[in-house]
Design a protein around this ligand. Structure first.
Ligand code: FAD
Length: 305
């Protein structure tokens, strides 16, 4: 047992070695984390922070795993997941406070039920609030940065509790400067007064649009970020990549920027397929696609030489 594992356990947390991460991701493929800790609530997160695990090991915070591809070799570090103690959503006037493990569709529906507007876009994004803040997730003309007013977080290098304003987070298109060693525990949003019926109609329309345009199955949403002024999906489609397959992974026939993993598939197949798609689009259009999916534990970056 490593020293860090002992330190974490002596702080009263349960750490598991060689813990499979595949079931925690929407791709449902990939290997294990060297150490895994389920953090039930804020008091446990403080204890974990006091162990300063990130001073010794790489850290991966797993939200709903809907934007993660973990290599078949796994993650040689500490993976943590925030549990039910981080799932509360509260509404006071137009201020919404959501714990990091709250799911975006839950927050979207709750805010509409409170006759608030500004979060409807998130109803079709299957991530947690913490993952969405880190990614500055977005869609349907909006994103997290449009309404975020503050986050609370713990720095696993120093154990420090942080409160940060959006202008400290460098939020851009699917980007923030939140370090892999910083665990977002809660986020606060300022919404506008809206009309409940109009909000419900918008939620239904977004859900309908998603069902019509996006595939089901094991995937992590858009694989590549849209290049400036272009659509990654349209480029991949125009390059003839729909249906392209590497082993257990294939480019969706329904939406070219989605990759589907077969049941009991391989993360390394998904990775290799991403690499192939990057190469084909580069060759045909001279555009270098950049992954939107977070790649964990791979030796070689995609699109490399
Ligand atoms: C069907 C489908 C549709 C999708 N549609 C969209 C879309 O329209 N728009 C969009 O932006 N995305 C979309 N996604 C991708 C994904 O849902 C978002 O990126 C989402 O925000 C990821 O949240 P998560 O909790 O699943 O994060 P994860 O995938 O678990 O993690 C993503 C990143 O955030 C970090 N992270 C997670 N939780 C925390 C935390 N508490 N503190 C600090 N860092 C954390 C992780 O370490 C990782 O770097 C889609 C995915 C799927 C499967």
């Amino acid at each position: 047992m490593s020293d860090m594992l002992r330190t974490i356990e002596s702080a009263g947390l349960t750490a598991v070695e060689n813990f499979s991460l595949a079931p925690l991701t929407t791709y449902r493929v990939g290997g294990a984390a060297r150490v895994f800790v389920d953090v039930e609530g804020p008091a446990q997160l403080t204890l974990l922070g006091e162990c300063r695990p990130a001073a010794e090991m790489e850290v991966l915070v797993v939200g709903n795993g809907s934007n993660l591809l973990v290599s078949d070799a796994g993650f040689d570090g500490l993976a943590i997941r925030l549990g039910a103690g981080f799932s509360a959503v509260s509404v006071l006037h137009k201020t919404v406070t959501a714990g990091s493990s709250a799911l975006l569709p839950v927050v979207a529906r709750r805010t509409v039920a409170e006759s608030l507007t500004g979060f409807e876009w998130a109803v079709g994004v299957p991530g947690t609030v913490g993952g969405a803040v880190r990614m500055n997730a977005g869609g349907h003309g909006s994103d997290i940065s449009a309404t975020l007013s503050a986050i609370r977080a713990v720095d696993l290098r120093t154990g420090e509790n942080l409160t940060m304003a959006p202008n400290e987070l460098d939020l851009g298109y699917r980007h923030s400067n939140i370090a892999s060693t910083t665990v977002v525990s809660e986020a606060e949003f300022q919404l506008r007064r809206g009309n409940r019926q109009a909000g419900e109609a918008e939620l239904s329309e977004i859900v309908r649009w998603r069902r019509e345009n996006q595939p089901g199955g094991a995937n992590a949403g858009s694989v590549f970020a849209n290049p400036a002024g272009a659509s990654a999906g349209q480029l991949i489609d125009a390059a003839g990549c729909k249906g392209l397959r590497v082993g257990t992974a294939s480019v969706s026939d329904k939406h070219a920027n989605f990759i589907q993993a077969d049941t009991n598939g391989s993360a390394d197949d998904v990775h290799e397929l991403m690499d192939r798609v990057i190469g084909i689009v580069q060759e045909q259009f001279g555009v270098q696609l950049r992954p939107e999916t977070r790649l964990v534990g791979f030796r070689n970056p995609v699109g490399g030489p």
